[in-house]
Design a protein around this ligand. Structure first.
Ligand SMILES: C[S@@+](CC[C@H](N)C(=O)[O-])C[C@H]1O[C@@H](n2cnc3c(N)ncnc32)[C@H](O)[C@@H]1O
Length: 406
């Protein structure tokens, strides 16, 4: 059958009337294929649109890492901007959107790879599109070259400790001291395996190798530069995916809080925003992970010339900072997980702070939280879409809220 694609879905797949889902198709294209349930299988593009390009990466068809390599950059940028605009419009919000900032190819400094043993040997790569298979990625266009260089040693790790049943989840992070590798889903550690892995980490000069959160080899603390400080995050901890994305987020946040003297950073992680902000203000960092806050605190103590930084481990979903506790701050930074931060936003709404720098990895929950802040009298000054997950359907953003003049 033949269908015409009318729009892209949230996973980046083409959608025709029905709805019929057509992976790899773009709006306006006429596509031919076999209907299986609500998916058009083995699709053949009959009429391509001008936005279609040849995927730069040879693995694009099989690999699940990138959903949109067949579309030109300008199309993806416009689509992600439109997702942000539409999420806000669904909550009745019209906002000034700044031009999207997209991270360059080959710049991902953190990724979760899969490692699997097979009949023939081992594969380290990304999961295949909607499947359990692991696709090798020797010419990946996403990962930073330093992470690409890790593929052969990670194959050795998989040969030692992987299985043919499930895949290892291997979180790789580029640090100032070299590779920071955290593995889960592998064999239980016995003495022999522990020694073999430690020797492998040493041979390949990993900064750190962790197994199910236990550090089994560390040549040097795997530090990240956060503002004027250096922080060694706990194994597998959250870190912004690219340096360019992190810089764009920090720049938007810094601009928003530039005149504040007392700042609270909510969902602070290891201090991505806390430590740059501490060059101009006292900052109170709040976050549920005590280990991340300990790393942040150590980084602050070893840095020179920063204002005071305090930390508080707290579940902000169950126990948000109350409006009375927020009253002593003149700016808030908030960067919640995908679910958003409804309870904390309700308290920010009551607190009526002069400015809020909001960061989000989910435009839909951001728009819901923005609606609540606007209803409480805040003004949404601008939204900065940011694309750290190039060629994927993810969209991130930073935004500035200020108290509307009475
Ligand atoms: C999107 S990350 C942002 C971290 C940091 N702002 C950064 O940019 O590196 C969200 C953070 O929220 C923390 N978190 C998740 N659930 C939480 C909760 N219920 N209360 C407090 N923090 C939470 C996570 O540990 C994570 O560090």
């Amino acid at each position: 059958m033949q269908v015409t694609i009318t729009r892209l879905g949230h996973q980046g797949d083409g959608i025709a009337e029905g709805p019929i889902y057509v992976p790899g198709a773009l709006p306006g294209e006429v596509v031919e294929g076999q209907l299986s349930g609500d998916v058009l299988t083995a699709p053949r593009i009959v009429t391509p649109v001008a936005a279609r390009v040849r995927p730069p990466c040879p693995h694009a068809r099989a690999c699940g890492g990138c959903a949109l390599q067949h579309a030109e950059d300008a199309f993806v940028a416009a689509w992600k901007t439109e997702i942000t605009r539409a999420a806000l419009a669904a909550q009745g919000i019209e906002a000034r959107l700044r031009p999207i900032v997209t991270s360059p190819a080959r710049s991902r400094r953190r990724a979760v790879l899969a490692g699997k043993r097979t009949k023939k040997g081992v594969i380290v790569g990304f999961h295949g599109r909607a499947s359990d298979t692991v696709v090798p990625i020797p010419d990946c266009h996403l990962l930073h070259p330093d992470l690409m260089a890790l593929l052969p040693p990670l194959e050795e790790v998989t040969a030692l400790a992987g299985s043919r049943k499930g895949a290892l989840a291997i979180t790789v992070t580029r640090s100032l001291a070299g590779a920071d590798v955290a593995v889960s889903g592998g064999k239980a550690l016995d003495l022999d395996l522990r020694m073999a892995l430690a020797a492998l980490a040493d041979r390949h000069r990993f900064a750190r190798l962790s197994w199910e959160d236990e550090v089994i080899a560390q040549a040097a603390p795997p530090e990240q530069a956060l503002g004027a400080a250096r922080v060694a995050p706990p194994p597998g901890a959250f870190l912004q995916a690219t340096e360019a994305g992190e810089a764009a987020l920090i720049s938007a946040v810094s601009e928003t809080i530039s005149s504040a003297k007392q700042v609270v950073d909510l969902f602070a992680g290891c201090g991505t925003f806390t430590l740059p902000a501490a060059s101009g203000a006292d900052v109170h960092a709040v976050e549920s992970s005590a280990a991340m806050l300990a790393a942040l605190d150590r980084g602050w103590r070893n840095a020179a010339g920063l204002h005071r930084v305090t930390t508080e481990a707290r579940d902000l979903f169950r126990r948000p900072l109350m409006a009375e506790e927020l009253a002593r701050f003149d700016a808030a930074i908030i960067d919640p997980p995908r679910a958003g931060a409804q309870a904390q936003v309700a308290e920010l709404a009551r607190a009526q702070l002069p400015v809020i720098a909001a960061v989000s990895c989910n435009p839909a929950t951001f728009a819901r939280d923005a609606r609540d802040l606007i209803a409480a009298g805040y003004r949404l000054d601008w939204v900065q879409p940011i694309d750290q997950f190039r060629w994927s359907p993810h969209v991130e953003l930073a935004a500035r809220f200020s108290r509307a003049a009475a």
